[in-house]
Design a protein around this ligand. Structure first.
Ligand SMILES: [Zn+2]
Length: 82
């Protein structure tokens, strides 16, 4: 599978705001979250689509081999943005 050419599509989707959520509650939820909370990034969900060009089908990006690939891309992305 890894020899096949893969395309990866990463979308940042703005999370739906909960109007009932107050800043005090967000602070409470942030405690214990590794690395703390980035208020900008935390507003977004990351949607990843991985497609194999040779099989012409979407791959399950939750598979460990695909997830590792996705993680490394996302990490290099956040390194780029910081
Ligand atoms: Zn394939």
């Amino acid at each position: 599978m890894t020899q096949h050419p893969l395309t990866m599509n990463i979308k940042m989707v703005l999370k739906e705001k909960d109007p009932a959520k107050k800043p005090a509650q967000i602070t409470k939820l942030a405690i214990g979250k590794p690395g703390g909370v980035d208020p900008d990034v935390d507003d977004y969900d990351t949607v990843v689509t991985v497609k194999c060009l040779q099989c012409n089908k979407e791959l399950d990006h939750k598979q460990p081999i695909i997830a590792g690939l996705v993680d490394s891309v996302l990490q290099s992305q956040s390194a780029y943005f910081s």
